[in-house]
Design a protein. Sequence first.
Length: 210
Amino acid sequence: MDFYYMPPSAPCRSVEMTALAVGVKLNKHVLDLTKGEQLKPEFVKINPQHTIPTLVDNGFALWESRAILVYLCEKYDSSKKWYPNCVKTRAIVNQRLYFDMGTLYKSFADYYYPQIMKKAPADPEMFKKIETAFEFFNTFLDGKKFAAGDSPTVADIALLSTVTNFDAANFDFSKYTNVAQWYEACKTVIPGYAVNKEACVSFQKYFNNK
């Protein structure tokens, strides 16, 4: 199974952790987006959108990280632990995945990426969106140990990748007590957390040097 990725990318790290969770070995191919390697004809043939992460499973190509997470769980997780069969639980897992994509991860990208890539000044309005996103997530976790209930799911893997980015950026989310407790719990139960954390080193160096 071929996996095209960049290690620091949160969406890519979520695929790596999910693969470990379901017992799938990835044949990894690093694409350096800063050098335009995603635009090479051989990769564009695989993924016309030339985005990462991209997975190729026995000739079947798929991109968009959360679609890949669900695919890996549905095809390879015989325990159904990570993407439960219960319709209502699965619906909550899906909602959390979409929340991560459209709200939490987006707030990170909108605030931090202009600073990293364009040396732009911090935008206080974008920072407020981060705080709003964490308030939502904190509320979602009321009465729950994990994102969709008392057991970890693929939603926790996706969210963990994103929150690890915030941690690397030195964003203090300790006041969001549910999120802080969830984060500590995830560190012990999500396969590959150490790999996930290590891949954030480049982010950490940038923010520590600011």
